[in-house]
Design a binder for this molecule. Structure first.
Ligand SMILES: O=P(O)(O)OC[C@H]1O[C@H](OP(=O)(O)OP(=O)(O)O)[C@H](O)[C@@H]1O
Ligand code: HPA
Length: 183
């Protein structure tokens, strides 16, 4: 797919590459401060969080360890099924650890509220959430989120890890998908 094809699939760019990087730097400085003197485990939620994990980890100055989980609730469409499945579990024992879940997006909130409760049941010292994007108007459950990159409108978005039917994850920016692509 060439870049012209990609532009035709997008309605609007909601966050540029530069805006994403600038916001990650700001939040990383905050995280460094908040967790000063404590070991932090950052948990990336595959596959969407690959980009933000890589950028956030490099922007942090403190020692962190990294692990990954894969969960899925969207199948191949634009609506959450509401049923979260663990596809790959953590390799780390969470007992006594400070955990920061790193997500690309909170939409309905169903994935994160399930995941946070799941990780809390494993005996960690704390579990907090970082999400690069959040859609406040789409929330179906209340979740306490410590770090939010950007609140965005309630539209299906792609890029920077976010996919539609596995495409567009590799874009450096985030844009809303034109309705003709999924109508
Ligand atoms: O707030 P929610 O409505 O639950 O939506 C958010 C979840 O949906 C996406 O994952 P998806 O299930 O599409 O898997 P992926 O990360 O592999 O794309 C995203 O990465 C979040 O995990
Ligand atoms: O808007 C979205 N785009 C891509 N994946 C998603 N998963 C939840 N919401 C979204």
């Amino acid at each position: 797919m060439d870049s012209q094809d990609v532009q035709a699939d997008l309605k609007e760019i909601l966050c540029t590459k530069e805006q994403i990087q600038e916001r990650i730097e700001e939040l990383a400085a905050q995280i460094d401060k908040d967790y000063e003197g404590r070991d932090l485990l950052i948990v990336g939620v595959l596959k969407g969080a690959v980009m933000v994990m890589a950028d956030l980890a490099r922007a942090l100055h403190s020692h962190v360890t990294m692990d990954w989980m894969a969960v899925s609730s969207y199948g191949s469409g634009t609506q959450s099924s509401g049923v979260v499945r663990i596809i790959k579990d953590l390799e780390t024992d969470l007992m006594g650890k400070h955990v920061l879940i790193v997500e690309d997006i909170i939409d309905s909130g169903l994935t994160l509220s399930w995941l946070k409760a799941n990780l809390e049941s494993r005996g960690p010292a704390s579990v907090e959430i970082f999400t690069m994007f959040r859609k406040p108007e789409a929330a179906k459950v209340e979740i306490d989120v410590k770090y939010v990159g950007k609140d965005i409108p309630n539209e299906f978005v792609v890029g920077y890890g976010l996919d539609y039917a596995e495409k567009y994850r590799n874009l450096g920016f985030v844009g809303s998908l034109a309705p003709h692509v999924y109508a």
